[in-house]
Structure formats: C-alpha cells, structure tokens
Design a protein around this ligand. Structure first.
Ligand SMILES: [Zn+2]
Length: 373
C-alpha cells in the first residue's frame, strides 16, 4: 500500500459541506462510543459493529443531516469506534494500562473516509483536476504527482484551515536493479547521519531555521493573556508553523530514504530500541529521536517494495571500536575524530561507527532484526 496526499481547494459552499460532514461524523462517533459504554456498564452487553451500522438507517430517519452524508462514510465512523475498542482491549491484554476510548472534542476529529466508493478522480488536463465526492461535489484538487496503482480508500482531512485528500493505493512492488553495494548508517546529533562510505547527511538548515522560529513564536504565545483574541491568533500561527516543520521534515526524510534505497542493496542501521536503553541520559529525548525512527521506518518500507534488505544491529560500542583493527579506543562525546593509537587510523568518529555497524550487520548472526528481502 502506498499513500498519496494532495491539497483540496473547495469552494466556500463545498468547504461548508466538508465541515458539516466532519462535524456530523464526530457527533456520530461520540454517540456510538457512548452507546457501547452505557450498554456495557449498565447491562453488561457488548454492542456489535454490525448492530450499530444497521441502526444508521434509523438515525437517518430522525436526523436528516445524516442523509446528506454518503452511507459508507457513516459506516466507517462506526468502524473507527470498533477499532478504538479493539486497540484498547489489545493493550489491556498485553498488560498495559491504556486510557478508555475517549470522546472526541472539536479539533480532535479531523478526517472522514470513503472506504470503497463514493469518490472519483476526473483526469482532466493539468490544473483543472477534480475530486468528485458523493453528496459534497466536484472539488478542485492539485495532483502534484501521478497516482500509481488502484485507489482503495479516500480520506478527507482537515488541517487547521486547509483540506487534503489522502488516497491509499495498492501497488505492485517494483524491484530495483541490484547495485551490489551495502552501507552502514550511524544516526547522530551533530549530523543527521554518517554513512560507512564516508558520505554525510547533514541536518537540513531550513529545519533549524523553522525550529528557531517556532521557539520565538512559542515565547510570544506565553506572553499573551489567557482567553484573549490575540492568544487565539497566536495559537493558530503556531499550529501552522508546526505543520510546516512537519511537512519539511517528512519531505527531507522521504528524499534521503529514497536515495538510500536507490543506491544500496543492503542497508544496516543500529537497533534504536536497544540504543535508547543504553543511551547516555543527558542525550535523552530530542527532536531527532522521532526523526530517526521515522527515517528508518521510511527506509524499511521503501526497501521492502524495492526488493532491498534492511538489517538492524546492536549498537553497543560501535563508536568506541576501531573499524581498522578492532581495538577499543575510548572517547567522550566531544571528540569528533577517531584516532587509533594501535593501527594509526584517523577517521570521522561517526563514519568509523557506521563502518562498524555495516560490519556487524553483514557478519553471520550479527542482526537483531531484518526487514525487506
Ligand atoms: Zn585501529
């Protein structure tokens, strides 16, 4: 499955319909949740999804606003309620202490789904493409890249003041030609990542700039009076910056992971789960953490559909061992160069680690996990 996301440009009346649909779906979600809750608490009865979906007919008779929504969209809302309960019970079973499924307040329910039908794309000439949504209309959409494969589901999403459509498509894997190249990758704070062949992926500058801006605007927000109009405005401004950073970061991660998968047959990462356990405490929780795991996730699923292999290894001592002779060369975090007193090797600290990671991954029994082929 592959997901495409495009911006929608609804007219004013279409935007109103979209917002009304979203609101009605949220109300329905909360009611369905309430029904399950009450039935279980008061009568010990578990409500089934099919029963709730059958009741939709009656709801439509009593509340005409639900007649103005495609029936599969409503059924999918009930499915979401069921899923949230399934997730809840699964986590209870696995010994966690999850929160009970919650009611969705305004702003906490931002999408509705056409699970199979009720939507179609018109392939008009560029610049005039339309997404036809049942009961809503022909909405202008900007398809900035070609949609490959068959569209299975269509999700309409609101992000603050903008509307998007996400298509989940089923595509055949396209295996890339072999390159006979392998790489080890060390993710770090100083640089985004170092590769065993000496390449460096720098942290992108635009991200640092946006993050600095975010901090400035956050400080401004803290100075605004609670409940004031200017505070509300500032909050919207912040949400927009957050969204921009998220998009920029995702673009960057997609681009870099695509390059890796195109260039190498085998890609070796440190196992971040293990790394987090043995990590130095003052290094803990940085923004980078989330980026790294997403980077690895993107690389893994791209590798899978390209016929590549991703290997994970235990990160212990990868930065301390000499990649030339195997001896341990102790260094603290501030030492950026690896200088080996045993064999004379001088190398960027992170590249040295990346070579060790590659070696560990290609050694028999060295992998803690494997993704892809
Ligand atoms: Zn050495």
């Amino acid at each position: 499955m592959k997901t495409y996301k495009f911006r929608l440009y609804p007219t004013k009346s279409q935007a109103e319909k979209l917002a009304d649909t979203l609101k009605s779906c949220r109300v329905l979600y909360n009611c369905a949740l309430e029904q399950r809750k009450v039935c279980y608490k008061q009568f010990g009865v578990s409500v089934r999804r099919l029963d709730q979906q059958t009741e939709l007919l009656e709801i439509k008779n009593h509340f005409p606003e639900y007649k103005r929504i495609h029936s599969q969209v409503l059924q999918e809302v009930i499915l979401r309620v069921e899923r949230s309960f399934q997730n809840f019970f699964r986590r209870v079973k696995s010994g966690n202490n999850p929160g009970y499924p919650r009611f969705k307040g305004r702003g906490w329910y931002d999408s509705f789904t056409y699970p199979q039908s009720g939507f179609s794309l018109s392939d008009n000439s560029k610049g005039n493409q339309r997404l036809k949504l049942s009961k809503i209309g022909n909405i202008r959409v900007k398809l900035h890249r070609a949609v490959k494969g068959q569209i299975k589901t269509c999700i309409i999403k609101r992000e603050v003041d903008k509307w998007h459509v996400c298509f989940a498509c089923e595509i055949e894997p396209e295996y890339l030609p072999k390159t006979n190249k392998s790489v080890g990758i060390d993710v770090g704070l100083e640089k985004f990542a170092a590769l065993s062949d000496g390449c460096i992926i720098e942290n992108p500058r635009f991200l640092r700039q946006s993050e600095a801006k975010l901090k400035r605007e956050q400080r401004k927000l803290s100075r605004k009076k609670n409940g004031s109009n200017s505070r509300k405005k500032q909050k919207i401004k912040l949400t927009k910056i957050h969204r921009k950073i998220k998009n920029q970061r995702n673009d960057f991660l997609h681009k870099e992971s695509r390059k890796l998968v195109e260039t190498y047959d085998t890609i070796v990462f440190e196992d971040l789960k293990i790394k987090n356990m043995i990590k130095n405490h003052h290094l803990a929780k940085s923004i980078s953490d989330a980026s790294w795991s997403r980077f690895i996730e993107y690389t893994s699923y791209k590798a899978e559909s390209a016929g590549r292999k991703v290997i994970f290894v235990n990160p212990r001592n990868t930065s301390q061992d000499c990649s030339g002779c195997g001896n341990t060369v102790k260094k603290n975090l501030s030492e950026r160069t690896h200088k080996c007193p045993f064999c004379g090797l001088v190398l960027d600290r992170d590249v040295n680690a990346a070579i060790n990671i590659l070696r560990r991954g290609t050694r028999p029994g060295g992998a803690t996990a494997v993704a892809g082929l």
